[in-house]
Write a protein that binds this ligand. Structure first.
Ligand code: CMP
Length: 160
């Protein structure tokens, strides 16, 4: 059965890698988007995608499980440094497979254990680590509702 996960391209990567092969400009056509995203090559369908600049309140809410940790302020700063790209990705076992494709949180570890992963290739450091993905299906549903509560998302019901 198909599963959905929530994926986010963080401001550091959304800015640096816009237009490149892995992450792309969401303002281009549907067909180009589908063709150029690495997630498509890995068999994910992009069910929804939009560019979204998070406010400090949104970032703090989104990462409230990390409140109180030493890196929390830096995390909120990093997540509000520019627009993110938020997506709903669909495929069988999507939550786990997107996490595999992202690689470990720390890019130094990612380079060792998963050199093909997105973080190994594109993350700057453990904080500005290019992408986010839900850790379980329940978080995924919450994050999808959080990011796509409105109707301004692009919709790709069947792919290209
Ligand atoms: P993410 O997968 O989005 O979930 C929580 C984020 O907190 C994580 O990616 C990193 O951006 C950040 N983070 C986690 N651990 C650390 C750490 N030890 N130092 C700095 N940032 C961290």
């Amino acid at each position: 059965p198909e599963e959905k996960t929530f994926a986010l391209i963080k401001p550091d990567a959304a800015k640096t890698h816009k237009g490149k092969a892995v992450f792309t400009d969401v303002n281009i056509s549907t067909k180009d988007l589908q063709r150029t995203l690495q997630v498509k090559q890995a068999g994910f369908s992009i069910s929804k995608v939009k560019e979204q600049a998070l406010t400090r309140e949104m970032a703090a809410q989104f990462y409230k499980d990390h409140e109180g940790k030493p890196f929390f302020e830096d995390l909120v700063n990093c997540m509000t440094a520019g627009p993110s790209v938020v997506m709903v990705l669909s495929k069988e076992n999507a939550v786990e497979e997107w996490r595999q494709l992202m690689g470990p949180t720390d890019p130094e570890e990612a380079k060792k254990v998963s050199p093909e992963s997105i973080r190994a290739q594109f993350a700057h450091d453990i904080l500005s680590n290019a992408v986010h993905g839900s850790s379980n299906p329940e978080h995924a549903m919450k994050s999808i509702a959080f990011a796509f509560g409105e109707l301004d998302a692009y919709w790709f019901p069947q792919g290209p």
